[in-house]
Design a protein around this ligand. Structure first.
Ligand code: PEP
Length: 261
């Protein structure tokens, strides 16, 4: 994971973009990507557009991801997509445990754990999401909630597995709401997560761990968020649907990263 420790900028397109729209967006990002070549850019389209986006990014440094997967390799699981199928379609990355999946589709820490293991079995990099609700934050439960989610999902894994995971702190109240965490709020949780990793796996693993922030990231808040010590990049929803704002966030992240090296 050490080689990836430069700003990681991942765009979660959610249930947006047809295949032809996805092609246009990916082409625009590829065209602009030389300006931000010192960041790792990841495009995460809906399943139907993965193969098309993969064709567009061929020959560039961009990675392609999926928004979910099922933990079995094949079988009678109507409507599910396996890690084998994602790999063949060209994915290198997969989001696991996004709060929208937890909220609408019954994702739990246990299913997150199984999905992470399945992804790792097939050399897919899992981006594991963790975050608190507004109610939990207001009750002062943020840190215990995050700790519990991570303990139940990924901290039971051995270091050789955990090292391959990217974590994303995504406060649920900040996703798609236009209300982002302040840099201090993001740093409080992300340094807490890094300390938990250090306690569990040691300082070297913690230093190399990639912890993204997600939740209403925009070009105008990305510099101040990325300046924080424990913010290693972003998982972006809405602002990743336009090439210009996605690349502008990467540009700001690189600028902030250069200042903290
Ligand atoms: C997300 O979908 O992970 C996300 C953070 O969305 P948004 O940037 O739109 O808040």
């Amino acid at each position: 994971m050490g080689g990836l420790k430069k700003p990681v900028i991942a765009g979660n397109w959610k249930m947006h973009k047809t295949i032809s729209e996805a092609r246009i967006l990916a082409e625009e990002v590829v065209r602009k990507s030389p300006e931000v070549s010192t960041a790792t850019l990841i495009l995460i389209p809906p399943f139907t557009a993965i193969a098309e986006v993969k064709k567009v990014v061929a020959g560039s440094q961009l990675l392609v991801g999926a928004q979910n997967l099922f933990w079995e390799d094949q079988g009678p699981f109507t409507g599910e997509i396996s890690p084998v199928q994602l790999k063949e379609a060209g994915c290198q990355v997969v989001i696991i445990g996004h709060s929208e999946r937890r909220q609408h589709f019954g994702e739990t820490d246990e299913t997150v754990r199984k999905k992470v293991l399945a992804a790792l079995r097939h050399d897919l990099i899992p981006v594991v999401c963790t975050g608190e609700t507004l109610e939990q934050r207001e009750k002062g439960q943020t840190l215990p909630v995050i700790k519990n989610q991570l303990e139940q999902s990924v901290f039971s894994m051995e270091a050789d597995k955990f090292e391959k995971i990217i974590l994303a702190y995504e406060p649920i109240w900040a996703i798609g709401t236009g209300r982002h965490a302040t840099p201090e709020q993001a740093e409080e949780v992300q340094s807490f997560i890094r300390n938990l990793i250090a306690e569990r796996y040691g300082k070297i693993v913690a230093d190399y761990a990639i912890i993204l922030y997600g939740g209403s990231v925009k070009p105008d808040n990305s510099f101040s968020l990325m300046k924080e010590k424990d913010v290693d990049g972003f998982l972006i929803g809405g602002a990743s649907l336009e090439a210009e704002s996605f690349v502008a966030i990467a540009r700001e992240a690189i600028r902030a990263y250069e200042g903290k090296k």
